[in-house]
Ligand binder design. Structure first.
Ligand code: ZN
Length: 140
C-alpha cells in the first residue's frame, strides 16, 4: 500500500464573488500582498493568492468564478462566500491519489489535473473528509 504523509499546509481556498475587492480588504486590514493572480479556465475561476509581507506563511487563495456554472459558483449558491477548501503539498500527487483511493476515500479527481501556479492538484470529496474539501498539490 502507498503511504501518504503530506507536507505543509499550502493554502486555504476562500470562495468570493469579487476577488479584487476581497484582495483589497486583506491588503488594507491585514497587510497581505498578492503573490499570484491567474485565471484557471479549466476550473472556471480567477484565483488570487495572498501571503503576508514578512515571513513564510500558508497562503490564502481567493477564488472568484469567471463562468456561470463553475464549481465555485455552485458552492456559493448553496453556502455563500467563505472558506472553501484547504490544500496540502505532497511530493507525488499520484501516490497521494492512490493512497486515498486505497483507503476508501472518494476522490473528485481520480487523475491529477493542472492547478494554479505550476502545480498538479487533486481534490478529495468532502463526503469522505468530514465535510471539508481537501486539495492535494504537487509543485512542478
Ligand atoms: Zn486550492
Amino acid at each position: 500500500m502507498n503511504i501518504l504523509k503530506v507536507g505543509s499546509l499550502y493554502h486555504i481556498g476562500i470562495a468570493v464573488r469579487d476577488a479584487e475587492k476581497t484582495a483589497k480588504l486583506y491588503i488594507d486590514t491585514l497587510g497581505l500582498k498578492i503573490e499570484h493572480d491567474e485565471v484557471v479556465m479549466d476550473q472556471g475561476v480567477r484565483a488570487i493568492m495572498m501571503v503576508p509581507e514578512n515571513g513564510n506563511s500558508t497562503a490564502i487563495e481567493l477564488l472568484e468564478p469567471v463562468v456561470e456554472d463553475s464549481p465555485i459558483s455552485k458552492f456559493m449558491d448553496k453556502k455563500g462566500e467563505g472558506m472553501h477548501h484547504i490544500c496540502y503539498l505532497v511530493d507525488d500527487i499520484n501516490i497521494g491519489i492512490n493512497h486515498l483511493k486505497e483507503i476508501g476515500i472518494e476522490m473528485i479527481d481520480n487523475e491529477p489535473r493542472e492547478g494554479l501556479n505550476n502545480t498538479l492538484v487533486a481534490f478529495a470529496h468532502p463526503k469522505s473528509m468530514n465535510s471539508v474539501l481537501i486539495e492535494l498539490a504537487q509543485k512542478i
